[in-house]
Write a protein that binds this ligand. Sequence first.
Ligand SMILES: C[S@@+](CC[C@H](N)C(=O)[O-])C[C@H]1O[C@@H](n2cnc3c(N)ncnc32)[C@H](O)[C@@H]1O
Length: 268
Amino acid sequence: MSITRPSLTSEYASTTPLQVRIDTHARHSEHPDDPVAAVLAALALTGSEDLADIGCGDGRFLAQLAEQGHHGRLVGLDNSTAMVAAADTIPGIEGVLGDAQALPFADDEFDAVTARHMLYHVSDPYQALRELWRISRAGSRVAVSVNHPATCARTRQLVLDRAAERGLAPAVGMVNDVNSTTLPKMLSVVFGEVHIRQCDNALLFDTPEPVIRFAEAIFSFCGIDAASPHRSAILDAVTTDIHDWFTAHPGQCWRDPKGYIVATATVR
Ligand SMILES: C[S@@+](CC[C@H](N)C(=O)[O-])C[C@H]1O[C@@H](n2cnc3c(N)ncnc32)[C@H](O)[C@@H]1O
């Protein structure tokens, strides 16, 4: 049986798994939480800034800014063509294909720079941080968000266990060790003083279906590629596990702790 290994390229070849994860967090968080609003609060924008969102995904952060009447330039960069294509269709947004570690922008081009939930994918995160600094004008705000290290560990472990039964292990190189524990020091090395906002929460599900959808949306990080011949058997096993848990725990919710930080710095 041929083995197909997931990669960041395959994971982000389509916007769907990312959108399922974002929608799950929006609908099933224990406490109200809006990671876009958390970054916007940290940036305290006036509306006139030229802003670059690095690793912009489908562009919804920039779309929200445009809807709010932000009149500075809004640029979304991503190294996935699917993500850039999605961002580029949003009126007022410039979608740019590129790598966070070698940004196709001039020195001092922006007044605000964000890297939201993406630095943990980059092979040289210090190089990416130096690039954020390089493209930022003096006085710019830079905001970087990353997850707590054990975010959604319960659902992830369930999938990992079922993947391991079929000889699959998490793909190497998809996620590095940049998380809420390691990021503050890294950011201070490049930017100096750093301010941290911590957002602790949990996913909370009262029915099996959204847990199953979320579990499937993290398959690639657990070593299960979209084209893996084991994929449907693993999904069946995960589906059974989750249904069995709800049957054995009537009236209870599937709770999976999660969290992230928004780290901000001002460029001197
Ligand atoms: C978890 S998603 C986050 C998307 C968006 N920032 C958000 O918070 O919704 C990570 C994004 O980073 C992009 N990405 C990963 N590595 C990258 C790199 N080296 N350069 C630019 N973008 C990258 C992926 O394509 C993906 O869109």
